[in-house]
Design a protein around this ligand. Structure first.
Ligand SMILES: Cc1cc2nc3c(=O)[nH]c(=O)nc-3n(C[C@H](O)[C@H](O)[C@H](O)COP(=O)(O)O)c2cc1C
Length: 203
C-alpha cells in the first residue's frame, strides 16, 4: 500500500465540472496531510469487455484483449491506494460510456476474488468517495445507477463506498468552478475522507 489517495476522473470532457470536483477533493486530502493524485481515464483508449470469459480460470484465467496490460496499470491504484474517489458526470442516469467500459474490464479481478485469490483476499479494507455531477438540479434518482455500479465494482478490491458528494445542477463546463460553496464542500469531503482513512489505519 502507498500513502496516496487516487481520484479517478471519469468524464470525457476535459476541464469540466467533475474535473473541478476531483481537484477540490485532492486539495482537501492534501490539506489534511495526505497525498493525492488525479488519474484521468479520458486519454485511455479502452476496449470494451467482449464477454469471452477468457479470464475464467478454466479458459486461461487472463484477459485476452490486446490492451490488458495497459488496463492492469489503470487498475493499480485499486490494489495500492489508501483512499479512492471517483469523479464523474451523470450521462443518462449513469456513468459515461468510457467509465463503464473501464468498470466492465474488472471482470478478471471479480472472478479471481470469487475464487478466493489470496492477493485480493489480503487487501485491506478501504473506502471510495463518489463525486457525482449532474446537469439537472432535481431528481431523486439521478445518482442511483452510478452508485450501484460503483458499489459492486469495488467489492472485488475490498473497497466500500463512502457517502457520495452529490453536485446537482452544473451543466456548462465552468459552472462548478463558479460555486465556491460546492467546492468547499468537496474539499471538506476530501479532508474528512483522508482523516477517516488515517483513523482507520489504512493511511
Ligand atoms: C450524453 C450526456 C448525457 C447526459 N445525461 C444527463 C442526465 O441523465 N442527467 C443529468 O442531470 N445530466 C445529464 N447530462 C449533463 C451532465 O451530467 C453535465 O453537463 C455535467 O456537468 C458534465 O460533467 P463534466 O463537465 O465533468 O463532463 C448529460 C450530458 C451528456 C453529454
Amino acid at each position: 500500500m502507498n500513502r496516496e489517495a487516487v481520484i479517478y476522473a471519469m468524464s470525457p470532457r476535459q476541464g469540466g465540472n467533475s474535473d473541478a470536483a476531483a481537484r477540490a477533493f485532492a486539495e482537501g486530502v492534501r490539506a489534511a496531510g495526505g497525498e493525492a493524485r488525479i488519474m484521468a481515464l479520458r486519454g485511455a483508449d479502452l476496449m470494451p469487455c467482449r464477454g469471452c470469459y477468457g479470464c475464467r480460470a478454466d479458459l486461461g484465467g487472463r484477459c485476452v484483449l490486446p490492451d490488458a496490460a495497459a488496463v492492469a496499470e489503470l487498475y493499480r491504484p485499486l490494489l495500492e491506494a489508501r483512499l479512492l474517489a471517483f469523479a464523474a458526470p451523470i450521462y443518462f442516469y449513469h456513468l459515461p460510456a468510457q467509465a463503464k467500459a473501464f468498470i466492465d474490464r474488472s471482470q478478471p479481478w471479480h472472478l479471481r476474488r470469487e475464487a478466493g485469490d489470496p492477493v485480493l483476499a489480503a487487501l485491506p479494507p478501504r473506502r471510495a468517495v463518489p463525486l457525482l455531477v449532474s446537469g439537472r438540479a432535481r431528481g431523486e434518482r439521478l445518482f442511483e445507477g452510478s452508485l450501484l455500479t460503483l458499489k459492486y465494482f469495488l467489492l472485488s478490491f475490498n473497497v466500500r463506498l463512502a457517502g457520495a458528494v452529490e453536485l446537482r445542477g452544473y451543466d456548462d463546463s465552468h459552472d462548478l468552478e463558479a460555486d465556491q460553496e460546492a467546492l468547499e464542500r468537496t474539499r471538506g469531503a476530501g479532508a474528512q475522507a483522508w482523516r477517516e482513512a488515517v483513523r482507520d489505519g489504512t493511511a
